[in-house]
Design a binder for this molecule. Structure first.
Ligand code: GTR
Length: 427
């Protein structure tokens, strides 16, 4: 089953079963706050060999690389470096998109020198009312054509492979099917560009999909299967985001130093990982990213490691399976993933009827990163305890909100994301 459908199904399922998570699951799932077992989080500033990190320099030189390597080895898997010989091909350009308010560009990013495959496509909308380079949001999609009704957006050949269409009219995921999640008009009007990449251009998001993605292209000679610490689907999506930024660095209209990643759910997980690895991203927005994203793995509330590894064995490195039902043995927890992004701004968003993603566990992960932000001179303004609904924290480098409603991306979410970006990305 493919991305869009799965996303919809999952949103429906979550909407209807919010208080009953435990019953429908293959593995016991806790949704009762009073049954959360006490846990101790690893201290991001504790040296593995003993002692504490006390300066920004020690963090950058010692601890950050150490933590990053742990996340890479145990959770997301190792990704290849930026490919040499990458080349970019503008496949279409229209200065009259969105009623003349935006320029639409589509750029094919070819990963290998001298050949067409493998590639991914970047869809880019740039506001026409711009003076100089603009900041941008960059996101993964379930089909670039699903985010807008704009008929000029190409349907990725990989999308057609992943979603065999019953007819040419759009079939299962017609143009604009996900448009409510993308306030493109508002983004443009507020002076931001939007860049989008279909995740299936990198990995098709299915159990036996690896052969259709880019990972086989980067296997060593003679290597037949992925090693326990090789990159998995989430890492391949995150890697693609870095490749999109490689392109944006060449685009004359985008300020590549002010690119915010924005991701929801599985793409929120991939965005956090991309932001942790690649310091060029200026800001990360992770909407309802849950398990493997901003949620603390040690908190037994909502989705667990065993559940996600069972449902999506291809999202994480094989090593992650060691922690099925053994979260406490993880050498890291997800507050340290946020800390890896410090001092760059991170926005974590949650929804009341998305207990699966553990709103409180995500808030606590952001809190758990504060010590690193402080060490790097960025003062968090998060409240001491979990805020109520519709009380966003927007000022400090760590943002958070909890809204009413289900697992989704709504206008309320974008209102906060844009406000957060205005505060931290505007000159
Ligand atoms: C669910 C998964 C969540 C989340 C979600 C999504 O099935 O359990 O962790 O990633 O999919 O991406 O919509």
């Amino acid at each position: 089953m493919k991305g869009v459908l799965l996303g919809l199904l999952c949103a429906m399922q979550l909407a209807s079963t919010a208080p009953l998570l435990a019953q429908a699951r293959r593995f016991p799932i806790n949704d009762d706050e009073s049954r959360v077992t006490p846990y101790t989080l690893p201290d991001p500033l504790a040296r593995s060999g003993g002692g504490r990190i006390t300066t920004a320099d020690e963090w950058r030189r010692e601890r950050r690389p150490e933590l990053l390597a742990l996340f890479e080895r145990e959770i997301y898997g190792r990704s290849p470096p930026r490919p040499e010989g990458m080349w970019f091909e503008t496949t279409s350009l229209d200065t009259r998109a969105y009623g003349g308010r935006a320029t639409r560009k589509q750029v094919r990013v070819h990963f290998l020198a001298g050949r067409s495959e493998p590639y991914m496509d970047v869809l880019l909308y740039v506001p026409n009312a711009r003076r100089g380079k603009v900041p941008a949001f960059l996101a993964l999609t379930y089909g670039n054509h699903t985010i807008t009704a704009d008929t000029g957006v190409a349907i990725s050949p990989h999308f057609l492979r992943d979603n065999p269409l019953p007819d040419s009219a759009g079939g299962r995921a017609p143009r604009g099917a996900q448009a409510s999640r993308w306030v493109i008009d508002t983004i443009i009007a507020r002076g931001y560009a939007l860049a989008a990449v279909y995740l299936g251009d990198l990995d098709p998001d299915s159990k036996n999909g690896v052969a259709d993605g880019i990972r086989p292209w980067y296997m060593a000679r003679g290597q037949r299967e992925l090693r326990p610490d090789d990159w998995a689907a989430l890492a391949s999506w995150g890697w693609g985001l870095s490749r999109a930024l490689d392109y944006l660095e060449r685009d004359p209209d985008v300020d590549a130093k002010r690119v915010a990643l924005v991701g929801h759910s599985r793409t929120g997980k991939a965005s956090l990982w991309a932001g942790a690895r690649d310091p060029r991203f200026a800001m990360i927005i992770a909407n309802e990213s849950g398990m493997g994203g901003a949620k603390l793995s040690r908190r037994n509330y909502g989705q667990t490691v065993i559940d996600i590894n069972d449902a999506f064995p291809y999202w994480f490195a094989r090593n992650f399976r060691k922690y099925d039902d053994r979260e406490r043995e993880l050498p890291v927890d997800q507050h340290e993933l946020i800390a890896l992004i410090a001092p760059r701004p991170v926005y974590v968003a949650a929804a009341m009827e998305d207990q699966w993603a553990d709103p409180r566990g995500m808030f606590l992960a952001a809190k758990g990163a504060e010590s690193v932000y402080r060490l790097l001179g960025a003062r968090s303004t998060l409240p001491d305890s979990m805020p109520g609904v519709h009380q966003p924290t927007l000022d400090g480098p760590l943002g958070f909100h909890l809204r009413t409603g289900v697992h989704d991306v709504t206008e309320y979410d974008w209102t906060q994301f844009l406000a957060f970006a205005d505060r931290h990305l505007r000159r």
